[in-house]
Design a protein around this ligand. Structure first.
Ligand SMILES: *[C@@H]1O[C@H](CO)[C@@H](O)[C@H](O)[C@H]1NC(C)=O
Ligand SMILES: *[C@@H]1O[C@H](CO)[C@@H](O)[C@H](O)[C@H]1NC(C)=O
Ligand SMILES: *[C@@H]1O[C@H](CO)[C@@H](O)[C@H](O)[C@H]1NC(C)=O
Length: 211
């Protein structure tokens, strides 16, 4: 046999451990990282939001809440899947940096790294989401400044409200800094997120001088 059963099992376990599998653990990770308080947004996930970053070579990386990734693994754009009882699409996905320019003095946070609506479950691939319209803010790769501690990049899934497609509070030309997802979600009727996850990304290691 080319691919022994035990190896297959090991692979399955590695995959399972590599991503969020348990809502209570996701919630705990958010709480431990003080994310709900810093977002001023209650976080009681009903579904798992899978955020997967394609890699130039090798397997794509699916986040688990709190994973730290090297910046060069986060070029994206990521794709999104929903696991759990989220039958009613469409959805809105948002991603924000809570810690810009540094966690100690987040004076330009939140930075909006993604905001898009009209995500629907792809026919045939029950959990993968596809967006049927361009995003309002396309994905921006994390760029924490040199010397900063790692930043928290938080991805949130909302059930889309009727008002979302009519809203003009945030457009593709709006500044991405000093965003407030809690204020935005309440203004456009998104309410609380139904899922989410997050990653930590620090500045790339300084280039080694060669001379
Ligand atoms: C997050 O909340 C904690 C607890 O209130 C606070 O100490 C910390 O400064 C906040 N951090 C940010 C980046 O808002
Ligand atoms: C990121 O950089 C590290 C070290 O500089 C390298 O080993 C790795 O292959 C790079 N990964 C990607 C996805 O480019
Ligand atoms: C975001 O808006 C909420 C109100 O929805 C407010 O309580 C909170 O202080 C605001 N956060 C920031 C960082 O301005």
């Amino acid at each position: 046999m080319l691919f022994p059963a035990f190896l297959y099992l090991v692979t399955l376990c590695a995959l399972a451990l590599a991503q969020d599998v348990n809502l209570a653990e996701v919630k705990k990770a958010f709480n431990n990282a003080q994310i709900p308080g810093n977002l001023t947004l209650a976080f009681n996930p009903k579904v798992l939001l899978e955020v997967t970053f394609p890699q130039l070579s090798g397997t794509p990386i699916t986040l688990h809440a709190g994973i730290q990734l090297p910046r060069n693994a986060t070029a994206g754009p990521p794709h999104f899947s929903v696991l759990g009882p989220a039958k009613r699409d469409p959805f809105v996905v948002a991603a924000v940096d809570l810690d810009a320019p540094t966690p100690q003095a987040p004076t330009s946070s939140q930075i909006r790294h993604f905001l898009g609506g009209n995500f629907i479950k792809s026919p045939g691939q029950s959990s993968l989401l596809s967006n049927t319209t361009p995003a309002i803010s396309e994905f921006r790769q994390p760029t924490p400044p040199a010397g900063s501690d790692p930043h928290r990049y938080v991805f949130l899934l909302f059930r889309q409200s009727k008002d979302f497609n009519e809203q003009t509070l945030v457009t593709p030309t709006s500044p991405i800094q000093l965003f407030n997802i809690s204020q935005f979600s309440s203004a456009v009727g998104l309410g609380e997120p139904i899922g989410g996850t997050f990653m930590l990304v620090g500045p790339p290691p300084p280039a080694i001088a060669v001379d």
